[in-house]
Ligand binder design. Structure first.
Ligand SMILES: Cc1cc2nc3c(=O)[nH]c(=O)nc-3n(C[C@H](O)[C@H](O)[C@H](O)COP(=O)(O)OP(=O)(O)OC[C@H]3O[C@@H](n4cnc5c(N)ncnc54)[C@H](O)[C@@H]3O)c2cc1C
Length: 489
């Protein structure tokens, strides 16, 4: 006789704010709400060390140098974003980022200092001057999120649902009233902040941890939220290739900022190493295609290894000594500029539902994110969304829905995305993705097919020119399955 167990009780947690995701954006949003006196439930699917935030190397971009200004930071952001950056979002980011760095220091985060005791500022591609605050050399993400998660663990007002995965946004009468987890628990809250990270690990060659599959985008879309700019996946130029155990390992751009050079098979430099990422990735791709080789070389032998101990250590552990040898690198999927459509307070098109960090698309990054703007974004917009969500009304929720099973992308889907929606795309390849079993792959293909031009990270071999008529025009998928362009300023 099979044993019959009674059904699991479906626990309901009451909170003012539910935050989904415990990377930089989720942790900071949760802390902001708790510091404002709110009760917060924080749902986190994976351990800290498997968030993209923990893996972040270079740092946090903020106009802190005496000869810098928020306007100059915004201009660099707009230049890198290829006439697609939403100016209002960039203005907020660049204005608020210095204050965020001060707040993090106030919370006890220690950033690297120069020999005069001032914050040490790194230089990365697309920035017109040194602007990147870092910690532990290139261990910024690890240092910052470890500290924030310790604060979250100590915070009495924050209940952490560790190892729990949100499976549906709970809606009633057209507004979001909470979230439902796979384990049957539900959270009723006035506002839900999705901070579920990006989708770069959907591409088989990636710099991201395996959990970056864009689940939050699917949850939001299912609940009626619009998605935008899914065609824009940034390919990081310098991800390690051909070294066992380190495939896709990122070698931060800050190392190029300290003088590392890119060399082709003949030992020649072929690109300005500090140009924006789309330009450098494309130049590498062209060299690889012309030579038939699968990598170019990064020469960091002249760079002080003490500045980047975790990158040097990781390579040495894998058997390559970058202080004496060249590092084989090639582009890999790194950062999704697109995501859940959200305004300057993180509000999505569903009342009560917010999105922040890499899961969100405010239009800030345009067609090509400026290096180190994403951690700044996590903090600036994470805080704004937490505050805005607190002003939502308490809604009567009814019964939570039963958690559906979340789709899982297969290896075949991930390889197909790399092959057909990789650095260089064609209509023929993108059409092949339209029947893929994983819904986000189909959505990426639909957006990439719609954008019949080459701009930033989106390179169409069949439409090699940029169409000026599409400047500031973002591709948007609406919940009624219609799709088209919207002009954002
Ligand atoms: C190797 C690497 C280096 C980088 N370096 C930099 C840098 O130097 N500077 C910079 O600005 N940016 C950098 N980036 C990009 C940046 O790290 C990310 O964009 C940013 O950290 C994203 O933060 P996030 O909080 O939005 O998401 P993440 O840090 O990815 O966190 C997402 C969280 O959501 C959780 N989650 C997902 N789905 C669910 C679900 N259904 N239910 C519950 N929880 C869920 C995950 O478990 C995780 O806790 C780097 C990225 C990588 C991969």
């Amino acid at each position: 006789m099979p044993v019959r167990y009674p059904p699991m009780p479906r626990e309901r947690i009451e909170a003012e704010i539910a935050v989904v995701g415990a990377g930089a954006a989720g942790l900071y949003a949760a802390l902001t709400a708790a510091r404002a006196g709110a009760r917060v439930a924080l749902v986190s699917a994976t351990p800290l060390a498997r968030t993209a935030s923990y893996w972040a190397q270079g740092g946090i971009a903020a106009a802190l140098a005496v000869d810098d200004s928020p306007d100059r930071h915004r201009e660099d952001t707009e230049r890198a974003g290829r006439a697609l950056v939403r100016t209002s979002a960039a203005a907020v980011l660049c204005r608020d980022a210095p204050g965020i760095v001060a707040d993090l220091e106030g919370l006890g985060v220690h950033f690297d200092a120069d020999r005069h005791g001032n914050l040490a500022l790194g230089l990365e591609g697309g920035h017109s001057l040194r602007r990147v605050v870092h910690a532990g050399g290139s261990a910024t993400g690890r240092r910052v999120v470890r500290h924030l998660s310790a604060l979250v663990a100590e915070a009495e007002r924050i209940e952490v649902l560790e190892g729990s995965r949100a499976a549906a946004v709970w809606t009633a009468d057209g507004r979001c009233v909470g979230v439902v987890c796979e384990d049957g628990r539900s959270i009723h809250a006035r506002g839900v902040v999705l901070a579920t990270g990006g989708s770069a690990a959907l591409w088989s060659r990636t710099t991201n941890p395996p959990g970056s599959l864009g689940i939050g985008l699917l949850l939001a879309h299912e609940a009626g939220a619009a998605l935008a700019d899914l065609e824009f996946m940034q390919f990081h130029p310098t991800a390690v290739t051909g070294i066992t155990g380190r495939e896709g390992f990122l070698v931060t751009e800050a190392i190029r900022g300290e003088g590392a050079r890119l060399l082709d098979a003949g030992g020649e430099r072929f690109v300005d190493e500090l140009a924006p990422r789309d330009e450098v990735a494309r130049a590498i791709w062209e060299r690889m295609t012309a030579s038939g080789l699968t990598s170019v070389h990064l020469d960091m032998r002249e760079v002080d290894p003490l500045l980047f101990p975790n990158v040097v250590g990781a390579l040495q552990e894998a058997g390559l000594d970058p202080t004496r040898e060249l590092v084989p690198v090639a582009p890999a999927a790194h950062y999704g500029m697109g995501g859940i459509v959200s305004d300057l307070d993180g509000a999505t098109t569903v009342p009560g539902l917010y999105a922040v960090g890499e899961s969100a698309c405010t239009g800030l990054h345009g067609a090509n994110r400026l290096a180190s703007n994403s951690l700044s974004e996590c903090f600036v917009f994470g805080a704004r969304a937490a505050r805005a969500a607190l002003s939502e009304p308490h809604a009567a929720p009814g019964e939570p829905p039963v958690a559906p099973e979340l789709p899982v992308p297969s290896r075949a889907s991930r390889e197909a995305l790399w092959r057909d929606a990789g650095l260089v795309r064609t209509r023929e390849g993108l059409e092949r993705l339209r029947d893929d079993p994983y819904p986000l792959v189909r959505l990426v293909a639909a957006h990439a097919l719609l954008r019949e031009e080459t701009r930033g990270a989106h390179i169409r071999a069949d439409f090699p020119a940029t169409d000026p008529a599409l400047d500031l025009h973002h591709s948007v998928s609406r919940p009624d399955a219609s799709r088209g362009y919207e002009r954002w300023t």
